[in-house]
Ligand binder design. Structure first.
Ligand SMILES: [Zn+2]
Length: 271
């Protein structure tokens, strides 16, 4: 029996995708680094530049990281765009949407000296026009605000749903189900803002999940773009009952009757 695997022969992928680039990300990134987990951080460059802050209903003043601190903090993690100013996009014209996307992408690319390939929608409004703009601006995926509540890999990268919002009451149950699942190419993505961990006193709960996931040898922590790249390459593989053909420019992993195989880029494996 042939089974598709993630890189290094891992059965499942795990990702955290966190928005807004706030001060609490410092503590969160320390946790991720402690457990060897790579995350995706979706930033608003103009709000970081302006030192934007707002008061949460709990009384907590939510502050953005400074640009220079962000440049160091997120090293080793993925940085993606979340628009320049976090607007309500339902009232924007196409030109204004493009300005928000391109402005953020180019500022973040200058700050992090790397291509910014991913986008996460601010608030929860998404439309065909925004999707078209995201594509025209060269982004390779758009994470929307809806939960999938499923471990099945998604095939529409421009309407990418994370599995579960971190304040969802089902969070811990979903994490345990993910650890137990045997679904092929199972993926578990947690989405949130780290200031919620302060206001809802959820630091211990999230650390428990990170600890559990990191202790599992069959789960690979990946960034969102790594998952998109890998699943994109996997979707081009041609599999018959005697041969696997890798039509992509990256290695793909499979198990054949429980033996793990790496199939090199643009090559085939007979069995
Ligand atoms: Zn946001």
């Amino acid at each position: 029996m042939i089974r598709k695997l993630y890189p290094c022969g891992k059965k499942k992928a795990f990702n955290v995708t966190y928005d807004d680039g706030v001060l609490q990300d410092v503590r969160f990134v320390e946790l991720l680094n402690k457990y060897g987990i790579k995350g995706t951080f979706n930033l608003n460059s103009a709000l970081m530049e302006n030192g934007f802050e707002w008061t949460h209903e709990s009384g907590l003043v939510v502050k953005r990281l400074k640009m220079e601190d962000a440049a160091v903090l997120y090293e080793g993690h993925e940085v993606a765009s979340h628009t320049a100013t976090h607007p309500f996009m339902d009232s924007l014209t196409k030109e204004e949407i493009i300005r928000e996307l391109i402005g953020d992408k180019s500022s973040l690319e200058a700050l992090f000296s790397q291509e910014i390939r991913g986008f996460a929608v601010p608030f929860d409004y998404y439309s065909g026009l925004i999707e078209q703009c995201v594509k025209e601006c060269g982004f390779e995926y758009a994470r929307i605000s809806e939960e999938s509540l499923s471990f099945r890999p998604q095939d529409d990268y421009y309407k990418l749903k994370a599995t579960v919002f971190h304040l969802d009451l089902a969070l811990e149950e979903m994490a345990d189900k993910f650890i137990d699942t045997h679904e092929e190419l199972a993926v578990f993505q947690i989405v949130g803002h780290t200031y919620d961990l302060d206001t809802e006193n959820k630091w211990d709960a999230i650390e428990n999940i990170l600890r559990k996931i990191s202790s599992r040898g069959d789960i690979l922590p990946m960034t969102t773009i790594e998952i998109v790249d890998y699943l994109g390459a996997m979707s081009k593989a041609e599999i018959t009952d005697r041969c696997i053909l890798n039509c992509s420019d990256r290695s793909l992993w499979f198990s054949v009757d429980d033996a793990v195989h790496e199939v090199s880029p643009y090559s085939s494996m007979d069995f």
